[in-house]
Write a protein that binds this ligand. Structure first.
Ligand code: NAG
Ligand code: NAG
Length: 479
């Protein structure tokens, strides 16, 4: 058709349109109404295609790495005498007498209770000769940044790595070993992670390992550092903390940060649920700032809740908080598993690319409500009142010898939910979720991949059964 015919259509077409147009218009409105009311009543539908056989054998993989074990790691914990009485409770949660090696560095003597299973306590050297000119920070930063060098001078034998942490840093020891085992300890390595706060990372550096999340320095690098650190520290009197001083010296040594995002500074406030259940596909190495965030499990105190989380490492430390996504196709619910921690059910089918993103159950370090302030992608907890998640926290975990699988019991966290008019079953009726899983200690020796999960048939009222494990061949969360 040419533009002339478009502008001047023949009379016959005009009359035809005159008679049919109102009808077409009416039909269009009708279709629109039907369609939109459907959208209001039902969430968008997608099908899932799940093949229920487990093909892969988890034990079929050669061991790799550098045979690094816990005994090769010296922990250097930065503490202060003022907060020691409360903070030592966090150290007790992960410290294992006669297994873990390392030292707590304090500024002053404290009363020691022989009963407690804690690392040996050392008093740091006097650092008053070093100038400190930062107006916001505290000069203890200089003392703390020197503890790697001081630990080196203790002359502990057979140490491959120095791992730094604060007195409120909690390590998942097996995963510290798993991560360090990937790297050659005879080379220079500075391993850690950034802050969750984009502003913090802009202000300090994306190339800095945050001290509270903990970081690792290989033995030969600690040796190089010790030779120059005191001179280096004197060049950076205006820096704020110990970790930016450390990074300044690393820059002088030409050693970049090797990022391992399982180290967590946790520069957030509020509820950690979204951050943990949206964890990257990497082992959980450390957590921090427990006095700032809400207890990880509602209704429990802070120390007990960390202990409760670590209970899940007893059977499968490698899989702690790892994410799996599946759907209950009968009820049209989305299921988000964070293994050993929590399961969430959301009404409707939400795509994996959305569900996998950390939901903003927490708020940011500068307490401004702006999601651009995070150094990670986040999503709102819910876009529609019907989609407020039903949260089930881990209650207990045990090992079933006969079936050689881990059985986790997750109990509903009762909270108010807004009314929902979607014509589908409410997850309200579920009070317990049972998660079945095989142990998978070698999962990080393979290419990173999430476990698949499948909702199993259940004959028990109010109980949902979920299987979590290796994805079968052709197993896709198909949208
Ligand atoms: C050591 O532990 C025992 C038993 O738990 C307790 O009775 C005792 O008072 C403790 N000693 C000290 C010095 O705290
Ligand atoms: C586990 O469930 C039992 C029974 O409902 C309850 O009494 C107990 O407090 C729960 N424990 C935890 C750690 O949630």
């Amino acid at each position: 058709m040419t533009s002339t015919t478009l502008h001047r259509p023949p009379i016959a077409i005009i009359t035809a349109l005159r008679t049919t147009l109102p009808f077409l218009f009416f039909l269009f409105i009708l279709l629109y109404l039907i369609n939109s009311s459907k959208l209001l009543i039902y969430p968008p539908k997608i099908t899932t295609n799940i093949n229920c056989q487990d093909h892969s054998n988890p034990n079929n993989h050669p061991k790799t790495g550098y045979n690094t074990e816990l005994k090769h790691i010296a922990f250097c914990i930065a503490a202060s005498s003022k907060l020691w009485n409360s903070r030592k409770e966090y150290i007790k949660l992960w410290w294992r007498p006669r297994e873990t090696r390392g030292v707590v560095w304090l500024d002053h003597e404290v009363k020691v209770n022989e009963n407690e299973t804690l690392p040996d306590i050392y008093i740091s050297q006097d650092t008053s000769r070093f100038p400190y000119t930062n107006r916001q920070g505290h000069r203890s930063a200089i003392r703390i940044s020197r503890i790697v060098s001081e630990a080196l001078r203790l002359g502990l034998d057979d140490v491959r790595w120095f791992v730094m942490g604060d007195d409120d840093t909690v390590f998942v020891l097996e995963n510290v070993v798993r991560v360090l085992n990937k790297y050659n300890h005879n080379q220079y390595y500075y391993i850690g992670s950034s802050s969750e706060s984009h502003f913090q990372n802009i202000f300090f550096s994306y190339s800095m390992a945050y001290g509270g999340g903990g970081f690792a320095i290989s033995y030969p690098l600690a040796k190089e550092l010790a030779k120059m650190q005191d001179r280096c520290i004197k060049r950076y009197t205006g820096l704020y903390g110990s970790d930016d001083r450390m990074q300044a010296c690393m820059a002088e040594l030409n050693v970049p940060l090797t990022k391992e995002p399982g180290f967590h500074q946790n520069d957030v406030y509020g509820n950690l649920l979204g951050l943990l259940s949206g964890h990257l596909v990497t082992p959980l190495v450390s957590l921090h700032h427990f006095d700032v965030i809400d207890p990880i499990f509602p209704g429990m105190d802070r120390v007990d809740s960390v202990k409760h989380l670590l209970d899940s490492t007893k059977y499968d430390s490698a899989s702690l908080i790892q994410q799996s996504i599946c759907y209950d196709t009968k009820w049209e619910w989305s299921v988000l598993v964070s293994w050993g921690f929590a399961v969430q059910i959301v009404r409707g089918i939400m795509s994996p690319r959305e569900l996998e993103i950390p939901s903003r159950t927490f708020s940011n370090w500068h307490k401004v409500s702006d999601f651009r302030a995070y150094a990670l992608n986040t999503r709102p907890i819910t876009r529609h009142p019907c989609q407020k998640p039903f949260v089930f926290y881990v209650n207990s975990t045990r090992y079933d010898e006969s079936r050689r699988q881990i059985i986790g019991i997750y109990s509903v966290h009762r909270e108010r939910h807004p009314g929902c008019r979607w014509k589908m079953g409410s997850p309200e009726k579920i009070h317990t979720i049972v998660v079945l899983k095989h142990e998978d200690p070698d999962r990080w020796l393979r290419a990173p991949r999430k476990d698949c999960c499948r909702v199993l048939p259940s004959r028990k009222e109010g109980v949902m059964y979920i299987w979590v494990g290796h994805c079968g061949e052709n197993e896709v969360i198909e949208v």
